[in-house]
Ligand binder design. Structure first.
Ligand SMILES: Nc1ncnc2c1ncn2[C@@H]1O[C@H](COP(=O)(O)OP(=O)(O)OP(=O)(O)O)[C@@H](O)[C@H]1O
Length: 954
């Protein structure tokens, strides 16, 4: 975008060029293959007619008014009435105002022609031809020969000419008209500038025509008259043509004037005074009109025959034109006189036409002034518009900047809105979390309250029990006394009973004796009676039968009596035995008591011996158990492959995992590695075999796994530090194995409780406390603390090298006074972990949770104490740092550098069991192999003998 000034200038230039174009356009000729009898053609003919002006003047030349009439337009205004003749006006001094300034350079060719004119006959002849016609001038200013048509295209339009004008000097293009020639010579537009000059020059031309006519009149009037009339005719024809153009196109006056001016340029040298005056009065005359020194008219040689001028490029039409024969030539055979034209009449006509032209020029000037005024107005308007445009662009810029500001504000507002929305979301989340925490707190408080109530109830129950026990001992004493009383009473009763029984027995014995005696008497009497009867038998057989019957009945009675006698004898014997027993009871009882006491003393002594033996055996058992554990290895590696879950997606294909020694205590696992493509494109798979202390397949249950580690739990009870940790990728079953309701931790705690209860009779009293911490970002967080303090409350690890104990300062320790308490503890830790996991998704896979069970055992009899730690670590494979650290630790432990770096109690002081957890899926195959390789490394590590943490009470 240019500056306003530039724009204005460009507009002006455009307008000028438009005007120029319009002007040029007005001089356009319709292209025609047959050249019309234009003045250009006539100029050549006029050159030729210098010698034969008379020849066929009437027939060859059209009457003066004929050519103008051809182009005359009916609407053309009539010329103004004549005031002065051209001859008169030719002598007048030209005004400066009529001569526009010109900066056009003098054409070199013209200058050369002017300078070299007298010396070069051919040039002078051509120059003379210029006096007659601009067309011939154009020819002469060229190289003297017409250029080949192929190189010198004659412009078909004014525009074409305008374009070619600047090239015309170089290419020697033949102009179509004098006007075009003029333009070509000057190399600049021919528009307005020549108008005022032509007035003056045209007058000169006319004057010269007259003088020449007169001169010629003296010598060859006819020829001169022909020349003059021919020139006038040519001028008139041009003027008429310009009128015609003006009328048709409205702005071709300058073109017409240019034609005239060229003629005047030819006329200038003829009259030295006029020429000098012209130069003096109009120093700004265009350079193309600089007076040239030309030979005076009388010495002007006749131009060569047109055919010689244009011979190289003779137009076929022209050469074949029959008109050519109508012109005079040396070879013309003139036989009849040719009538002369009336020159004055022609001049008058030309004058009138000139006046007409002048009027038109004035009008044109007026129009031009109007146009200039309009142009200046337009320029002003343009400036105003430019100012408005500037203002508008300024306001546009302001609006743009406002728009940008508004956009920025909008984006700021949007961002603020987003921030507010995000903040609101965070606040809602926080509130939700707080609400959840409050809820959990309430639940905790409720649980605590319940515990408190339960404890109070327990205490009350204890009090009651104590009271009951007190009551019961009183009762027992009373009972004992009562029992003694009863015993006494029983003894008295027994004595009474005994004496009563003895008395009864004596009575019975007496009765029995009496009865026997009576029976004997009866028998004797019966015998007598028998005898009597026998005697009487003879007397009577009937009496015998009767006697027999009686005898039978008597026998029966006898048997009954005998039975009774026997029973009586038995009871008598029993009674006798009883009496004997009762008589001997007192002594036996005292003897029995003494025996019993003796035996009891012996039993107590034997029990004491047995207890001592048992304790010695328990110590031996522990020692042997520990030796067994040591033999099994203080760091053991178990591998567990979890089953494919029913919820697993279909595309989760299982990996090929085999258990070559699939027995109850399998120790080997074989994993088929990923497919590998050889250079030849052959696909191979390799099987990786691993062996560990124990391998559990997918179908293994937690109970089976625990049976393998229960001995380690026993070691914890025996006072050894035990570390059990799971290692494996996410989702491989670590949590399931360790903290599920039947996982290792609940089972271990239950076993410890059961064993502790069993050991109570051996004098051991155990107390248990559990802590649950999380290692995240190398910080320890308490999973049993308040959820809000999870990442805030920091826990310190303190290691007492003297006591060889490691403690976590700040971690909450929950007393496990019943086996069920561990479930609560695990649930609390799990909840805290899930709260933490919602804050950071990756937390689960980047954190390690450690459950620490602290066992303190005291033996009231022996005074021994044992302190052991059971630890459960859940190590996640995802952390390479942890992996390498763990590897380093275990490696260092294997080389006896246990104190260098510690993970929990995984050192020479402890027994360590590592679970390597394996996912059965193909997708996790590479992690599976990495885990197994690492576990193999650990398995190959030997850790020094574990030392029991036993102190003898002072
Ligand atoms: N032996 C098994 N038998 C049946 N289901 C199992 C077994 N082992 C693991 N699972 C199941 O597999 C899933 C993932 O196990 P788990 O959550 O214990 O993995 P993890 O190793 O603790 O994962 P993370 O490291 O992410 O905590 C759980 O749904 C669990 O119930």
């Amino acid at each position: 975008m240019g500056s306003p000034r530039k724009l204005e200038r460009r507009n002006v230039v455009d307008m000028e060029s438009n005007e120029n174009c319009a002007t040029k356009a007005s001089s356009l000729r319709q292209p025609s293959k047959i050249p019309p009898p234009t003045p250009a053609k006539g100029l050549f003919e006029m050159s030729a007619s210098d010698n034969n002006a008379r020849a066929a003047a009437a027939s060859m030349m059209p009457p003066p008014g004929l050519i103008p009439m051809k182009h005359k337009v009916s609407g053309l205004p009539e010329p103004a009435p004549k005031r002065k003749t051209l001859a008169e006006r030719a002598g007048e001094t030209r005004t400066n105002g009529a001569a526009p300034p010109s900066s056009r350079p003098v054409n070199g060719a013209v200058k050369a022609a002017a300078i070299a004119g007298p010396r070069n006959p051919s040039l002078s002849s051509s120059t003379s031809s210029r006096n007659i016609s601009s067309s011939s001038y154009a020819s002469s200013t060229s190289n003297g020969s017409r250029p080949p048509s192929s190189l010198n295209h004659r412009p078909q339009t004014a525009m074409g000419h305008a374009r070619s004008a600047s090239q015309s000097v170089v290419s020697n293009m033949r102009p179509a008209t004098a006007m075009e020639n003029h333009s070509a010579v000057n190399g600049s537009r021919a528009g307005i500038v020549p108008i005022s000059i032509s007035t003056y020059q045209f007058a000169d031309t006319l004057q010269l025509r007259k003088q020449r006519g007169r001169y010629d009149n003296q010598s060859n009037y006819i020829s001169d008259g022909w020349l003059s009339s021919r020139a006038a005719q040519s001028t008139q024809a041009q003027a008429q043509s310009q009128f015609h153009s003006k009328t048709l196109r409205g702005s071709s006056l300058s073109t017409a004037f240019q034609n005239l001016s060229i003629s005047s340029a030819l006329a200038e040298p003829r009259d030295g005074a006029a020429n000098l005056n012209g130069e003096a009065e109009c120093p700004k005359t265009p350079s193309s009109y600089i007076p040239r020194k030309l030979p005076s008219t009388p010495q002007i040689p006749l131009p060569p025959h047109p055919s010689t001028l244009i011979s190289p490029y003779k137009t076929p039409n022209r050469s074949n034109s029959p008109i050519k024969e109508m012109f005079l030539s040396r070879s013309s055979n003139i036989t009849a006189p040719v009538p002369a034209f009336d020159v004055d009449d022609r001049f008058e006509k030309v004058e009138s036409q000139y006046a007409q032209l002048r009027g038109m020029i004035e009008r044109s000037n007026t129009e031009r002034n109007d146009m200039e005024e309009r142009l200046s107005l337009q320029k002003i308007r343009l400036n105003e518009l430019e100012v408005i445009r500037t203002q508008l662009s300024a306001s546009n810029n302001a609006l743009h900047s406002e728009l940008e500001d508004a956009k920025v504000k909008l984006s700021t507002t949007t961002m603020a809105l987003d921030d507010a929305r995000r903040k609101h979301t965070y606040e809602v989340d926080d509130l939700r979390r707080k609400h959840r925490h409050d809820h959990d707190d309430l639940k905790d408080a409720h649980r605590k309250e319940m515990e408190r109530l339960r404890r109070e109830t327990q205490e009350e129950a204890d009090t009651l029990r104590r009271q009951a026990e007190t009551g019961s001992s009183t009762l027992r004493q009373a009972h004992r006394e009562e029992l003694a009383e009863v015993e006494r009473r029983m003894k008295a009763a027994l004595d009474d009973e005994r004496s009563r029984r003895i008395q009864e027995v004596q009575e019975i014995s007496t009765k029995l004796e009496l009865h026997r005696q009576n029976t004997g008497l009866d028998i004797e009497q019966k015998d007598r009676e028998n005898d009597q009867l026998r005697k009487e038998l003879s007397q009577s057989h009937a009496d015998f039968d009767r006697q027999k019957e009686l005898n039978a009945s008597l026998k029966h009675s006898l048997s009954e009596a005998h039975a009774n006698n026997l029973s009586f004898e038995t009871s008598n014997k029993a009674m006798k035995a009883k009496i004997d027993f009762l008589e001997s009871d007192n002594q036996a009882q005292s003897q029995a008591f003494a025996d019993l006491h003796k035996r009891m003393q012996e039993a107590i002594e034997a029990a004491e011996v047995a207890h001592a033996k048992l304790r010695a055996e328990e110590t031996l058992r522990r020692k042997l158990h520990n030796q067994v554990q040591e033999l099994k290895g203080n760091i053991r590696v178990f591998c567990r492959v979890r089953p494919t879950l029913p919820s697993a997606a279909e595309e989760e294909l299982p990996a090929k995992i085999d258990f070559p020694d699939s027995s109850e205590d399998a120790k080997e696992v074989a994993v088929q590695g990923p497919e590998q493509k050889s250079a030849l494109g052959k696909i191979t798979t390799s099987t990786h075999n691993f062996s560990f202390d124990r391998v559990f397949g997918p179908s293994s249950q937690n109970s089976a796994v625990f049976s393998e580690i229960s001995q380690l739990v026993q070691s914890a009870l025996d006072g050894y530090n035990v570390c059990i940790f799971c290692y494996g990728q996410t989702g491989s079953g670590k949590t399931f194995t360790m903290t599920s309701p039947d996982g290792m931790i609940p089972r271990a705690v239950s076993q410890i409780y059961a064993s502790a209860t069993a050991l109570e009779e051996k004098g051991w009293r155990y107390s248990m406390a559990g802590s649950f911490v999380e290692v995240y970002n190398e910080d320890l967080n308490d999973l049993l603390g308040e959820p809000g303090e999870l990442d805030k409350k920091k826990i310190e690890i303190r290691h007492d090298t003297d006591k060889k104990r490691t403690e976590l300062k700040g971690a909450e320790s929950v007393v496990l006074d019943s086996a069920d308490r561990v479930h609560e503890l695990l649930a609390r830790a799990s909840k805290n972990r899930s709260v933490a996991a919602t804050k950071a998704n990756e937390r689960s896979s980047r954190s390690h949770s450690v459950f620490i069970l602290r066992l303190i055992g005291e033996n009231g009899i022996t005074g021994e104490t044992s302190t052991g730690y059971g630890e459960r670590l859940k190590e996640t494979q995802n952390i390479n740092k942890s992996l390498s650290c763990l590897g380093d630790v275990i490696g260092a432990l294997g080389q006896g550098g246990g104190g260098m770096c510690r993970i929990g109690t995984a050192s020479g002081q402890s027994k360590t069991l590592m679970f390597v957890m394996i996912s059965p899926l193909q997708a996790h195959l590479s992690e599976t192999l990495t885990s197994l390789k690492f576990a193999t490394k650990v398995h190959n590590t030997h850790i020094g003998t574990a030392k029991k943490q036993t102190r003898v009470k002072d």
